[in-house]
Structures are given as C-alpha cells and as structure tokens.
Ligand binder design. Sequence first.
Ligand SMILES: Nc1nc2c(ncn2[C@@H]2O[C@H](COP(=O)(O)OP(=O)(O)OP(=O)(O)O)[C@@H](O)[C@H]2O)c(=O)[nH]1
Ligand SMILES: [Mg+2]
Ligand SMILES: [Zn+2]
Length: 306
Amino acid sequence: MPDAGRRLRKPHPESRPGRVVASYGRRVLIEDEQRKRLNCQLKGRRLKAVCGDQVEWYPDSHNGVVTAIAARRNELRRPDSRGRVEILAANISQLVVVIAPTPPVDEFLADRYLAAARLMGADILVVCNKSDLGNIDLADEYRTVGYPVVSVSARTSESMASLATALTGHTSVLVGQSGVGKSSLSNALIPGLTVATQKLSTATGEGKHTTSTAILHHLPDGGEIIDSPGVRDFAPPPTELKRVDFGFPEFDQPVRECRFNDCLHLKEPQCGVRAAVDRGEISARRYRSYRELLHLMRKLKETPGG
Ligand SMILES: Nc1nc2c(ncn2[C@@H]2O[C@H](COP(=O)(O)OP(=O)(O)OP(=O)(O)O)[C@@H](O)[C@H]2O)c(=O)[nH]1
Ligand SMILES: [Mg+2]
Ligand SMILES: [Zn+2]
C-alpha cells in the first residue's frame, strides 16, 4: 500500500482526525468527528486519499489540509485500461454487488466483483434491485453457491428493511453496472438523502453514468454505505494464478480432490473441480467465468505495471 501510513514531517499542532467521504484527485471531501463535511487539499504530491480513508487534517483559512493517511485495513482496487491499479475505496467490510433485470445482467462482471470481495477478505451481499420488474435467473445460481442474496425494490420499498438490516454495522460499498439503482438504493435507505439518479429517458439502455465518484453516506441505524460509479468492466487486482480459485467459494471442497497442489483446473489430470463441473455440482457458467478470470490475471501479469 504505497501511501498508507505515510506521515509528512511532524504533525501540525492543530492536527485532528477525519474521514474521507469523497475524493476528487488533489481535493477531498472529509468529515470531522462531529460529522461536519468540508473540502481539503492534500498536502504534498505523494499523498493519495480515497473514499473511506482515515486521515489527519488541520483547518486553514479556506477549508483544511490533509497531512497524513492512516494505514488501510483493505482496498477495493481495480486495474484500469492500461493495467495500472486504481483504488476505488478503502477500509471496507462488505462488498454489495447490485444487479437488476434492467440493464441486462453482465454475469461475468458480477462474478468478478464477488471474486474480488473474497480475495480481499470482505463480506459479500448480492442485491437484486428492481424486484418490481421481475426476477433475475442469476440470483438463484448465486443462492446455490451460498452467497447471501436479497431481492428488493428501491422504487416500491419492497424488502428494503431487510436490506437495511444486512447493512447495519458495516462499511459497505455498492458496486455494479451503471443504471442498476445503486444511488436509488442509497436514497431509499437514508431519509432526506437526494443523490442524483439516472433520468428515465436514457433510451439506449446502456445507461450513462450518473454517479461520477464514490461517496460515503451514514445509515440511520449505524454503519455506512459508499455509493460508487457504475462500471462496464472490473477485475480484481493482479492475483497469483493459484489463488484465483479462492474467488469461487463452491470450488473450495472440490479443490481438495485435485491430484496436484498447483492445479489450475484446466487440463490437469484428476482435477476435482472439473469432476465437480461434470457432475453438475459446479455450474458450467461459473467454471467458464473462472477460466476467463484466470486468463485475464495471466494477461495482467504480463502487462508492465500490472
Ligand atoms: N422499476 C424500478 N426502477 C428503479 C429502481 N431503482 C432504481 N430504478 C431506476 O433505475 C435508474 C437508474 O438508477 P440509479 O440509481 O441512477 O442507478 P446507479 O446504479 O446509481 O447508476 P450509476 O450512478 O450510473 O452507476 C433510474 O431511472 C431509477 O429510477 C427500482 O427498484 N425499480
Ligand atoms: Mg449512481
Ligand atoms: Zn483442479
């Protein structure tokens, strides 16, 4: 973690703790201990803060100056198009993958978020939003895998109370495709919150991105949610090839039946995972998803800076 725990010189005499609730490059929105929000500059070129960071800051004539970032418990990271890693948020306890009947589910994208969550050690929740528009086949597949799945509607408020319960006490990041309703869920969960959501007129269904940066909100019963911008593509950060299977919890048991410890479950003889696929215990689609992710991780390893 390049910037974590870095402190510049001696602490400023008026230095105090704060929390980054949104980051805009060299500028960040922080929250003080009374939950008052104010703009800060980052002191020094090397300091990089992301949503969820614990920081030290001091007030100046305008707003404030952030001088240090505390070591992060974890980071939600993704490789950008050039294979460099971008940090989306830090100090997360739960990753909430939001899917919906519209826009059509990108199943591999959802799988990759779920794999990333397990690899980074965060709890997982799958939220099927827009239940008023119908069910999603992928939800049943995820239930079979063992992921916790809640089906809700931000519009009609159906099952929003059980979603609120699942979020209480966590720092959760809402992730998923643009237009699935992440900001609408935030608004429905927090009375008085009015985050901009997509206009209904986006006729293409592609969904233009309405939320442009991750923002942290407090939940009424304790805990926080980070509303993040929708993405078309996501992958976990570069991971040891042998560790990729850990991203797929239903592989845990079958992996023990593999003859070779370093089995990647491709063409190796006596592979427990492939045997489980043949018996229908692992879905062929999830196995394909695993192979695609493995392939991608191999490519990232070959990319300089990846
Ligand atoms: N029918 C229905 N529509 C919903 C529901 N929740 C959200 N929507 C609509 O879905 C569209 C997208 O909602 P947003 O909350 O902006 O989606 P988002 O995931 O935040 O999108 P980005 O910020 O672009 O990533 C809006 O037109 C919402 O009104 C729901 O439960 N049911
Ligand atoms: Mg949004
Ligand atoms: Zn194997």
